[in-house]
Design a binder for this molecule. Structure first.
Ligand code: DP6
Length: 353
């Protein structure tokens, strides 16, 4: 595919060997990406908050390849993980036109997550984003006049995992072409922090670990099931409308408006799963209990707290920083007991990376 990032190996001064490091934070989508076309082009635009605690750190060591095919070794928390290699191989071969030196080296990739292993927090967004940033750092070593390009990092990260393209930037981020977001693209994300009221700049996200471990159905399969989904087109159209409305309330600082759209999006995501063929449910009984308790608390206390869900059972509890004390007391009192081993992760929007 020809794009502004297509480049030629003659542009680089290749080094023998070396290592680069990078880190990236996880993100939680408010407008969900669920459904895609060829080459990781999203079926609708999405919007997310990048977090400030859940992160991946990656060290990429490279040396000239010893045989025809590049050898890739992946270590998670210093333990070798052969099962991670096929995904990275696929990623590297799909970005050959943009990082033309990629096939010249053998690699050792050392990666670690700040969040507990198999806590159900997806590491693909922060992981692929950190790896894409490593490749940009490597490119910079080979080509000194090259500017550090977050745009290209986001473009590469997208090819690795769609939601990873958003993790490249801090704060509120949009990925996918929308006529309501100037400069938006299906190929990379853009930060829109200047378009957002300060109340959202330090919004809290407390993650209730309702269920640890692998999901029963992966996001990849979920995206595929949108292909012959009877409600897909309507969903994709609605995502555009929800994005437009969310942008408006986020600009105005309208937290009640934010709550309505965010919860509607979360439940729409899970409704699409339930209406897929084959159908599936990723929520657990305690997911629903948590939602109902959040609604009751919000109504009784008139405190603006809401939830969103990722493609799993865990619940992200979202609220303005000014209500931290009340909401965290509530979480301890009424939500913690719904979590596996009482596990709760406190996070918030990250403004600075
Ligand atoms: C529900 O980005 O994990 O979290 O592009 O196949 O790697 P791939 O999928 P992925 O899907 C994320 C789905 C989601 C919604 C979102 O983050 O927007």
């Amino acid at each position: 595919m020809d794009s502004e990032f297509t480049t030629d190996i003659s542009n680089y001064n290749l080094k023998e060997d070396g290592e680069v490091v990078a880190e990236s934070y996880s993100n939680i989508a408010l407008i969900k990406y669920w459904g895609k076309y060829e080459k990781q082009i999203p079926a609708n635009p999405s919007l997310s908050f990048t977090l400030s605690e859940a992160k991946t750190q990656t060290r990429l060591k490279f040396s000239p390849k010893k045989s025809e095919k590049s050898e890739i070794k992946v270590f998670l928390e210093n333990q070798i993980k052969p099962s991670f290699v096929p995904k990275i191989e696929k990623f590297f071969s799909s970005i050959q036109d943009y990082i033309p030196f990629i096939s010249q080296y053998d690699y050792e990739i050392y990666t670690q997550n700040s969040f507990p292993h198999s806590s159900g927090i997806a590491s693909s967004a922060s992981g692929m984003s950190a790896l894409a940033k490593c490749l940009i750092a490597m490119e910079k070593e080979f080509c000194y006049e090259m500017e550090e390009s977050l745009k290209k990092a986001s473009f590469l990260a997208r090819i690795g995992s769609g939601s990873a393209s958003r993790s490249v930037y801090p704060g509120t981020v949009v990925w996918g072409k929308s006529k309501d977001v100037e400069g938006s693209s299906n190929e990379f994300s853009i930060p829109i922090n200047d378009e957002v009221h300060p109340v959202f700049a330090d919004f809290r996200d407390t993650i209730l670990i309702i269920h640890r471990g692998e999901k029963k159905v992966s996001s990849t399969v979920g995206h595929q099931l949108m292909q012959n989904h009877p409600y897909a087109e309507k969903r994709f159209q609605e995502a555009h409308i929800n994005l437009r409305n969310l942008l408006k309330v986020m600009k105005e600082g309208d937290v009640d408006g934010f709550i309505k759209i965010t919860e509607h999006e979360a439940l729409t995501l899970h409704a699409m799963m339930m209406m897929s063929n084959p159908y599936f449910i990723l929520m657990e009984p305690n997911t629903l209990s948590a939602i109902k308790r959040i609604w009751k608390f919000r109504e009784e206390k008139r405190i603006p707290v809401c939830f969103t869900l990722d493609a799993g059972a865990n619940v992200h509890v979202l609220y303005p920083k000014e209500f931290m004390k009340e909401v965290e007391d509530f979480i301890q009192r009424e939500l913690k007991s719904l979590c596996e081993n009482g596990e709760v992760l406190y996070d918030c929007v990250n403004q600075f990376l």
